[in-house]
Ligand binder design. Structure first.
Ligand code: ADP
Ligand code: MG
Length: 679
């Protein structure tokens, strides 16, 4: 394949508005020595262009200015050494199907055996007398042995300044691609293109700042740092650029949205709100009132509201949602409320019917198993009623439409992706949007995932809550725990008992399943009636179980994490979670939010089968704090963003250098930079 020649900037100026084709966008095959096979290998590493190559991030570095003597190699931490091959050979056994290839290095201090099992082709890479680097830790000390070490043969004279006597990058590789070859390619490519690496601009502003190196320098430092501390400096610089790109995308999306939308006037006139608040039975907290002021201002503004409402479990987001809905209803619009589960949708429907029925507002449910709302409302469109439709994903289905949709409310946002949120909003002519979440989203994630939303926070729980005490206990304390729960049930309380699995236990991981444990719990809590709730039940069965629990005929509910969101039974004051180590901290915090809803103190008991001290300590965070933000931060640090938000969450950015856990300062800086420019 003939390699296309490098595109030098031509003398003719580029057409207006089109940026010149960057030298970095050339295919990597334009580089000397990158032919078909090498190109295919690079493509497997997602390296297509010169620019991709320059951003190929080393997975570690080796300080080849200092070596360990073979005699100093350790069995506990890996190290780099070098020596001369004094013996080598391949041994085959079991009729030739298995083998071990071995080289012996000598550096004058000791001898080192390097072994490769069942990789006979390794013998092609080494010759007697070769000088070799080896990186690894000892698996045996008599004789000193490394298994499958990373090695490199030092070639006499050739490019010696690249591969030794400096800190060298060790790259992620793919089958057949030699470390030395890739390092050489990067060295040459850097030398040739470093000056082409431009400083990204946000409008007139330059991204690079006095305390960070230029992008070109950062790329250089990434591959061939002078000191190991340079690597982190380079990473931060490149991360900043990533966050700037991300923020530009977010803020441009918001600007485009504002440019093409006019808001429906949904402020309301208090006609329904007044009687609603009077009948509610409690006074809104100061935080709820403040958030409602923010929402009301949005509903009267020129552009549709796009607001994220964060509030810890039990902070009273539903009442806020109800007030927001009333504002739109008063203004003559319909409102849609989407919840992640049928149980939750049904619970909302029950509450809202109780609240809104007396005000003459039609409340309808649209879930997978009930699809009446659409037809009814469409039929009523000639004489639009003030109507609220509550539903699950079923609200998103193609055929379902709402006349005069003024406000969309999404409960437990983290269960839905951005795409679903937009799908629902598209059902109307740019209705207002309020998304609610009880997962306290750490700032880093909030700014990246929800950067296009305004944020309100309910940071206060309603008064008169009994509070929750949380205990972490090993499994052998279960008998005492059952006794405690029986006492609580005898005193009139109710309890949740939670397991990670529905049906199949996971023996290997020691995970228990509700179907099997139901018997155990029934026996342990006899004579109190016990209910069973999990995702495989039919909707009507789930509803019946929940009705029994709500009605206090069922005293204890054996359930999966299905009850995690939203379920509200104030008389339930005890929760037992088995295999608690299996859950994320944020998820456990959500789970325990099912209790502590009444005036009495509640108890949450986490049974940990965790084998390690670290895993038990992780759970201990829950015993120590009830602050959802602290817990979410801890979870983010321990398990990463994917786990915190749940697998359903799409839209986590694909970052090569940026770190959503550590880089809050950079994210803020990027956001500020982009904001200043867009103003
Ligand atoms: P979440 O924010 O977790 O969705 P909910 O909206 O379910 O919380 O509210 C939890 C409980 O608190 C409900 O029983 C609700 O009626 C009650 N509640 C909400 N606001 C107040 C308030 N201002 N004063 C007293 N109780 C309240
Ligand atoms: Mg809720």
């Amino acid at each position: 394949m003939p390699a296309p020649s490098p595109q030098k900037p031509t003398s003719a100026p580029p057409a207006r508005g089109e940026p010149p084709v960057s030298a970095l966008q050339q295919p990597v095959t334009s580089q000397w020595g990158v032919g078909g096979e090498r190109a295919a290998q690079l493509a497997r590493l997602k390296i297509q262009t010169v620019g991709d190559l320059l951003l190929h991030r080393p997975r570690r570095y080796e300080d080849r200015r200092h070596f360990r003597k073979i005699a100093e190699l350790s069995a506990t931490e890996p190290g780099t050494t070098r020596g001369t091959i004094v013996a080598l050979g391949l041994k085959r056994f079991r009729g030739g199907s298995r083998s071990v290839f071995e080289i012996i290095l000598d550096d004058g201090s000791a001898r080192l055996h390097c072994r490769w099992w069942n990789l006979p082709f390794m013998q092609n890479y080494f010759n007697m007398g070769d000088e070799v680097f080896a990186y690894g830790k000892l698996v045996e000390t008599k004789p000193r042995t490394l298994d499958h070490p990373e090695t490199e043969v030092i070639e006499a004279g050739e490019e010696s300044s690249i591969h030794i006597n400096r800190i060298v990058p060790i790259y992620p590789l793919t089958e057949g691609l030699p470390q030395r070859w890739l390092r050489g390619l990067l060295w040459r490519t850097l030398a040739r293109y470093e000056n082409e690496i431009a400083e990204p601009r946000v409008g007139q502003l330059q991204v690079g700042q006095a305390f960070l190196p230029s992008r070109a320098n950062a790329v250089h430092m990434l591959h061939f740092p002078e000191e190991l501390t340079d690597v982190e400096i380079a990473r931060r610089r490149l991360a900043l650029d990533e966050f700037v790109t991300l923020q530009e995308r977010i803020q441009e999306r918001r600007q485009r949205f504002e440019a093409r939308t006019r808001a429906l006037p949904c402020q309301g006139d208090n006609r329904l709100m007044k009687p609603f608040l009077a009948a509610l039975g409690f006074k809104l907290t100061a935080a709820q009132t403040r958030v409602l002021r923010e929402i009301r201002a949005d509903l009267g503004a020129a552009h549709p509201m796009r607001r994220l409402l964060q509030g810890d479990v039990g902070s009273g987001k539903t009442a806020v949602a109800a007030c927001a809905a009333l504002m739109a209803l008063e203004s003559g619009f319909t409102v849609a409320l989407m919840a992640p589960t049928e149980i939750l949708a049904e619970q909302h429907a029950r509450n809202f019917k109780k609240w809104f029925g007396p005000l003459g507002i039609l409340v309808r449910l649209q879930t997978g198993s009930r699809k009446d709302a659409g037809a009814e409302l469409t039929a009523a469109k000639d004489a639009p009623l003030p109507a609220l439709v509550i539903g699950t994903h079923a609200l998103l289905t193609g055929g379902f439409n709402l006349p005069r949709l003024g406000l969309v409310i999404i409960d437990e946002q983290h269960k839905f992706g951005v795409a679903q949120r937009e799908q629902l909003v598209r059902k109307g002519a740019y209705p207002h949007l309020l998304v609610m979440t009880a997962t306290p989203i750490p700032r880093t994630l909030g700014l990246t995932l929800y950067g296009d939303l305004d944020v309100s926070v309910i940071d206060e729980l309603p008064a008169g809550r009994g509070g929750i005490r949380t205990f972490v206990r090993p499994a052998d304390k279960l008998p005492q725990v059952w006794k405690f729960i029986r006492e609580q049930l005898a005193a009139g309380r109710q309890a949740y008992v939670v397991y990670p699995r529905v049906e199949e236990e996971d023996r290997a991981a020691g995970l228990k399943a509700v179907l099997k444990e139901f018997e155990t719990v029934t026996r342990a809590l006899a004579p109190f009636p016990v209910g069973l709730l999990h995702g495989r039940l039919k909707p009507t069965e789930k509803e019946a179980v929940m009705a029994g629990f709500r009605g206090n005929q069922v005293k204890a509910l054996v359930a999966t994490a299905l009850i995690e969101v939203g379920v509200d039974v104030p008389n339930a004051t005890v929760m037992l979670v088995e295999n608690a180590e299996h859950f994320g901290l944020a998820q456990l915090h959500q789970l325990r939010g099912r209790i502590g809803r009444g005036a009495r103190e509640s108890q949450c008991i986490l049974i940990s089968g965790a084998k390690t001290e670290a895993a038990r300590e992780r759970l201990q965070v829950l015993a120590e704090t009830g602050d959802g933000f602290k817990i979410a931060e801890a979870d983010l640090k321990l398990r990463g963003p994917g786990d915190l938000l749940g697998r359903e969450q799409s839209g986590l950015p694909d970052l090569r250098f940026g770190d959503l856990v550590e880089d809050l300062d950079l994210i803020r800086q990027a956001r500020e930079l982009v904001r200043q420019n867009l103003k």
